[in-house]
Design a protein around this ligand. Structure first.
Ligand SMILES: [Zn+2]
Length: 256
């Protein structure tokens, strides 16, 4: 098969996985089963037929509405499917068909679900982050970043954010960061190792501050109502996974 065909197949597979991620995004915060029942309209509860379940295509053809009750179907569904498809394609372009490529794509899929659940419900489900820490560490026994880097990454990722959360709570008497953020950063450390988890934290804090200040300046909100921190951590982790290693090498080379 030519690389073009493999790329196309990987992208279609990504769109189908994106469809499953939508199920996770909807059901995990509601503590519903992922397997049963099959996809149905969230309003009239009619089971969807196969042609209403084709990623992206069905949403476009049905013009974003349920066929029976005309309930609008959120544009988040096709967006998640397109982003997952592009994630699969990027994984293929960056790593080819390889074990580390598959692991990084799996990691990105978990982050897509966490990004949307944090954005919509301010929830980072434990059923993803806690097994994510274990899976990231076990995979690092065989693949980069290696088990030592992974273990230090879990400790630094979880530990740093836990310390910041504690300090913030004592100083301000407010809960600025939740334990969900701590577990998410530990998971990122498990998959990416300690250098890239620090890069993730720096990027998330910087972009979070810039957007927070912009929101205050435009009087659209204050820091308390800014976007949840987990969304910034998820984006920072994807950027670190894809392009972090050259950035980190440059930084450490620069200070040697
Ligand atoms: Zn309906």
């Amino acid at each position: 098969m030519t690389p073009l065909w493999i790329g196309a197949l990987v992208t279609v597979l990504g769109a189908c996985v994106g469809s499953f991620l939508n199920v996770c995004i909807y059901r995990l915060p509601r503590h519903e089963s992922l397997m049963w029942p099959g996809s149905r309209c969230t309003r009239c509860a009619r089971a969807l037929s196969w042609y209403e379940n084709v990623p992206v295509v069905s949403w476009v053809l049905l013009r974003g509405r349920c066929r029976t009750c005309r309930e609008p179907v959120s544009w988040m569904y096709p967006i998640v499917e397109v982003i997952t498809a592009l994630t699969f394609l990027s994984g293929y372009l960056l790593y080819g068909i390889s074990a580390i490529g598959a692991v990084r794509v799996l990691f990105a899929c978990a982050l897509i679900v966490l990004f949307v659940t944090d954005l919509q419900h301010k929830i980072l489900p434990n059923v993803i982050t806690v097994p994510g820490i274990v899976v990231g560490f076990v995979l690092s026994l065989f693949l980069p970043p290696g088990w030592r880097d992974s273990l230090i990454g879990i400790a630094i990722g979880g530990g740093t954010l836990f310390a910041i959360a504690e300090a913030y709570y004592r100083l301000r008497g407010l809960e600025g960061l939740g334990m969900g953020d701590v577990k998410l950063l530990a998971m990122i450390g498990a998959f990416l190792g300690w250098k890239l988890v620090l890069l993730t934290l720096v990027m998330a804090s910087l972009s979070g501050s810039i957007i927070g200040v912009a929101l205050i300046a435009s009087k659209r909100g204050n820091l308390k109502y800014a976007l949840p921190f987990g969304t910034f951590l998820a984006i920072g982790a994807v950027v670190s996974a894809a392009w972090g290693t050259p950035i980190v090498d440059w930084y450490f080379g620069f200070y040697q």
